[in-house]
Design a protein around this ligand. Sequence first.
Ligand SMILES: *Cc1c(COP(=O)(O)O)cnc(C)c1O
Length: 234
Amino acid sequence: MTEQDHHAQPANLAGLYDVRERLSRAAEDCGRDPASVTLVCVSKTFPTEAIEPALAAGERVFGENRVQEAMRKWPDLRALYHDLELHLIGPLQTNKVREAVQFFDVIETLDRPKLAEALAAEMTRTGKRPKLYVEVNTGAEPQKAGVLPADADAFIRDCRERLGLTIDGLMCIPPEEGQRSPHFALLSQIASRNHVPLLSMGMSADFELAVQLGATHVRVGSAIFGHRPPIVSE
Ligand SMILES: *Cc1c(COP(=O)(O)O)cnc(C)c1O
């Protein structure tokens, strides 16, 4: 990285301003209040220097996909910004549940009974209650996390009735190939028939479409922060 890049990067808010404008326009175009859609800035792999300008510009909701990485990056920033809302958007292993419940405000990736049980136990133990979204594998892709669409109603009922969990939202990551709208529409149908209020769907490439189909939260990374550095395993 050259000296110039180093100084240019933190001040670069063009991506964020562009995303904000496109988000408002997408909401207005379909008759929704722009304030009804929350931008989750996906800061995974980006260092705090890249995140600080977005905070200074007023963003407060951020998404990270790894518990350990988030716990390295965010405590100092949290000391400065007390009204942050941190979302876990990556897979959660049961052996990280304690840290995740302690650290995150929203866990978007509840995707199996074992995890639901571990979360319920930890939330009872600590009294800390992060919001929970159920991840649905709308494309039924074998390599992807998430409950299958056909199992979603039963899973949500089990979380509520057996474990006493509040399910605040649903989340999906559609397949890379093909149309996104059937996936967003499916997630929205599952949410509405189960009376789940929040819908986390839409990323850099398709957040406007997701807003048209009812997203309350869009998870946008590269359109804000630029190209992601390669993921280094821990
Ligand atoms: C990385 C990631 C995003 C953001 O993706 P972009 O295409 O960079 O906007 C959104 N959701 C999840 C679950 C992710 O892992």
